[in-house]
Design a protein around this ligand. Sequence first.
Ligand code: F6R
Length: 587
Amino acid sequence: MCGIIGYKGQRNASEVVLNGLKALEYRGYDSWGIASLSSELDVVKDIGKIGKWMIEDIDLSKSSLAIGHTRWATHGGVTTENAHPHYSLDKRFAIVQNGIVENYQDLKKELVQKGYNFKSETDTEVIAYIIQEELKDKELIEGFRSAFSRLKGRNAVVLIDSVSGKIIGARNGSPLILGVGDGEYILASDASPIVKYTKDVVFMQDNDVVVLNDSYHIINSVTGEEIDREVSHVSWDIKQAQKGDYPHFMIKEIMEQRTTVADSIAQEKDAVMEIANALNGAFGTYAVGCGTAAKVCLAATYAFSSITHKHINFSLGSEFPSYHHFLTDKSLLLVVSQSGETADTLEAIEVMKKRNGKVVSLVNVMGSSIMRQSDYALLNNVGPEKSVCSTKATTAQLAQCILLAYAAADKYDEGMNLLKDASNKLNLMLNDQFCNSIKKLACKIVDWESMYVLGRGLNYSIALEASIKIQEVSYIHAEGFAGGELKHGPIALIDKGTPCIVFVANDDVKEEILGNAMEVKARGGYIIGVSPEDNSIFDFWIKVPDVGDASPIVNIVPIQLLAYYLAVEKGCDVDMPRNLAKSVTVK
Ligand code: F6R
């Protein structure tokens, strides 16, 4: 949610920042902007996506330092005035921000009283002027620290200063990573714009302020003390963050699931067992995530019930604080998050930590806030997920939850064998013929305004997940239901020909879900069965392999493909759907 970047080094800084913003664009694409320092501090900004812009078309001189921003609008509409960077009033410096300043109204009132005239509706402009006020009687770094400490909420800020020629960055709750190259430094919201130049990074921590000059140094924003942070090595490859021959990241990432499920379970057995033991030892476990990750959490509750015979609770990240009454130091949070930066999920962790409970996380981004705040973490191991719509991280997380359920039932090897088999079968399933058949289905149903998805048991959560996939990329209204719920209301929505996807796994709810499919068919619904076996109820059969408890993994993939082809058929912007952004760092 918003991407920020800053570069200082021997390359053309504006070009590095422009290319970096293209890599970060999936985090927000309402508007973009760059500030670069040559003879003076220049700012260029515009609304819309940065994707097509080339350095030659941007009116900025060559320079060795620049900062940039790609925006997902929160405070103020999508206008050039609201686009970042924002200058200080005296134009000495400019800043970019990712996050929300929760106390911005109070700060703004104070600044207005002091005579500041606001040009935008953003909370970012407030930060610029608060810093300017502090600089009246303080040096740059002290003034910056002091202003940053006044901001409430989760924020990351990068500033470019025309007087000292320094770039300063700080984080508190929103991500910021420093890439350490050979005489060059790059600050960014995530590693994707950095890996092109260096794989050595410092994962900045809350209240860290980094100053980039000829070298870099990190200090604590509150105390001003120097901090020595470890330099880590990121394994992600630049190619993994590029589309290659695929037209979209989404289809690339769907196809990568031929191998990523296997990668996700390639973990140290001891690490998995340690988490399994923590789960077994906990009294009150809550699986928590948002959006798609929440659907994985819901699936985990069923997997633990049937495989481990253990009850775990489910909560959306944003709702979890309401459960705080039940938390103790024996409670455990099982957190699922691709980005590792989702604000609602982070808040759930904070709530749990206040009660001294433990946190286990399944995350994709190494060094992310959620990973760092966890007592135990498993990396999803799927490489960067660039499409806003989550696909390969989802199946990796499902596989990890199922593995943990088996491990907690003391059946680690059985779980591994099951998941390896599912991964092999998924690899075989994802062939051209399979994709073409889903494409044909998409062409057949694309004009429907609404579609429904049914599942039961372990695949109820997959029905919910399938509906999110269709909604977010194709903008078709899709809703997932538990098969048994249909007759309590939603069946009234079924009309002649209404597409209805039904997950029919070879499990103990097979007969019931087929019965629910029959109820829809009897009302004229068009039944798309996702199942290892055909059935006369199905109007269209999507054949998936029979993989037992791993059925959610193979069941969601064809619907990811269906959502993709529906979106392509409708001409939607598949990788950057309207109103959305990857990594939701605001509450
Ligand atoms: C949907 C999607 C979102 C995310 C949600 C949580 O395709 O990607 O619903 O799943 O915003 O994000 P993470 O997993 O990064 O915590």
